[in-house]
Design a protein around this ligand. Structure first.
Ligand code: FES
Ligand code: FES
Length: 164
């Protein structure tokens, strides 16, 4: 059975007929061709599929598309672009917090959800907020450093002085 949904995705209005059992992840990737959110475990364990739903990070693999009806979805494609990166994207690059990149969209969305609620998180806050995101490559240290640097940039704190 299909249902018509109307929502905003990365600021743009979208109206589509979707199967009642289609996940938000399938809708984003297959209908809208927004492939930034990744299908990893497909069971809520890895965080690769995270998107913001009305500003809160959710696992798109566990959310039905019909649940997004009337709401605002933000995916990694809705952040910065080449030449105009979001502070989180810039900090992930600077700290080499990206290797294969599979986990990165979910990591950045998790961090964005955290920073909207808590602009000045402690390392423990960051670790807790990112605890549902798995990375097989980086070892996490660079990711935590990147989130804390991006948080400072988003607060408008002066950049730390470079070591002599
Ligand atoms: S694909 Fe959704 S949590 Fe892993
Ligand atoms: S950078 Fe490869 S899984 Fe995180």
């Amino acid at each position: 059975m299909n249902q018509t949904i109307s929502l905003r995705v990365n600021g743009l209005p979208e109206t589509h007929e979707v199967p009642a059992n289609q996940t938000l992840l399938q809708f984003l990737r297959e209908t809208l061709d927004l492939t930034g959110a990744k299908e990893g475990c497909n069971e809520g364990e890895c965080g690769a599929c995270l998107v913001l739903l009305d500003g809160r990070a959710v696992n798109a693999c566990l959310t039905l598309a019909v649940e997004a009806d009337g709401r605002e979805v933000t995916t990694i494609e809705g952040l910065g672009h080449a030449g105009d990166l979001h502070p989180l994207q810039a900090a992930f690059l600077k700290h080499a917090a990206v290797q294969c990149g599979f986990c990165t969209p979910g990591m950045i969305i998790a961090a964005l959800g955290l920073l909207r609620d808590n602009p000045d998180p402690s390392e423990e806050d960051v670790r807790w907020a990112m605890s549902g995101n798995l990375c097989r490559c980086t070892g996490y240290r660079q990711i935590i450093d990147a989130v804390q640097e991006a948080a400072a940039a988003m607060r408008g704190d002066p950049a730390p002085e470079a070591a002599p």
